[in-house]
Design a protein around this ligand. Structure first.
Ligand code: C2E
Ligand code: CA
Ligand code: CA
Ligand code: CA
Length: 275
């Protein structure tokens, strides 16, 4: 039995080692991904809740791995946050989003995600300011999406940065609204431009009265605070009908379109009639 136990431990260690090795390898590969041109931005349209017109494209990062194929952000952004690679990747996202948006056939807004660690460590204002100047983008075209996580470590510092972004003329969206663990008191610290209702609320709309009540409450809270409300993860016509009846300002989700390279969005009238 003792032998068996030792065997199990050795097996366990081997598995742990293999996992650690795999993780270290992925980290190393990610470290060179930007230079090798393996990172790309896909875009998902955010449409007006009433007219269905495209207002904004959200940039969502993908890693085109030479052997693994397309790696979704949930599989490398958290890792990038832990090992410090997020700063370089985040700079790349801002620069690439501005460069690409400058070449679009229409001046839609462009939004991008900034993770808490990136918000804390990078001088977002300087990086974004440079990108806007270099590519001749008006700050009013840009929406920065942050989560309440940016306010956890040093709220004063974070609010100062948000205010500087606001002074630049950039809009600030509060992403994943309703999924964090903090109280609503942080809403006293800063006037966001919009809430994005997380898809976990939208998913059960139409199935549960509770989801409906919560969603209605979030929309009303946003409107009472003078901001716009966007629903993400809208997949069905039933969800869309409810969100419209609640007065939700903007709609984003597979029902309208999945994230894709910007060239995929040539037929925007089709998107409009769908929403
Ligand atoms: P998020 O900012 O909340 O983005 C929304 C996610 O929901 C995206 O996943 C999008 O593809 C997905 N989505 C959109 N519509 C639907 C729908 O109708 N149904 C369902 N089930 N999903 C939908 P994605 O692209 O995999 O990104 C996941 C998360 O990764 C993002 O969540 C964001 O937190 C993070 N992320 C993406 N790009 C970046 C980036 O450039 N920088 C940072 N820091 N984080 C990023
Ligand atoms: Ca987002
Ligand atoms: Ca979300
Ligand atoms: Ca998010």
């Amino acid at each position: 039995a003792k032998e068996e136990g030792r065997g199990a431990v050795r097996f366990y260690e081997a598995v742990m080692n293999a996992q650690l090795q795999a993780r270290l390898q992925l980290e190393q590969e990610l470290a060179g991904a930007t230079e090798r041109g393996e990172l790309v931005l896909h875009y998902q349209p955010i449409v007006n809740g009433v007219t269905g017109e495209v207002e904004t494209f959200e940039a969502l990062i993908r890693w085109m791995h030479p052997t693994r194929g397309m790696v979704p952000p949930m599989e490398f952004i958290p890792m990038a946050e832990e090992c410090g690679l997020i700063d370089g990747i985040g700079r790349w996202v801002i620069e690439a989003a501005c460069r690409e948006a400058a070449g679009w056939s229409h001046p839609w807004r462009v939004s991008f995600n900034v993770s808490p660690r990136q918000f804390q460590h990078t001088d977002i204002c300087a990086v974004l300011g440079d990108a806007l100047r270099t590519h001749g983008i008006a700050p009013a075209r840009v929406v920065v999406e942050v989560t309440e996580g940016i306010l956890i470590e040093d709220a004063d510092e974070a609010v100062a940065t948000l205010n500087r972004l606001r002074e630049m003329g950039v809009r600030i969206a509060l992403d994943d609204f309703g999924t964090g663990y903090s109280s609503l008191s942080y809403l006293q610290l800063f006037q966001f431009d919009k809430f994005k209702i997380d898809k976990s609320f939208v998913r059960t709309l139409g199935q549960s009265d509770r989801a409906l009540t919560l969603t209605r409450t979030i929309v009303n809270l946003g409107h009472n605070l003078g901001l716009q409300v966007t629903a993400e993860g809208v997949e069905t016509q039933a969800q869309l009908d409810i969100l419209r009846s609640l007065g939700c300002d903007q709609i984003q989700g597979y029902l309208v379109a999945r994230p894709a390279p910007i060239d995929a969005f040539t037929d925007l009238d089709r998107l409009r009639t769908k929403a």
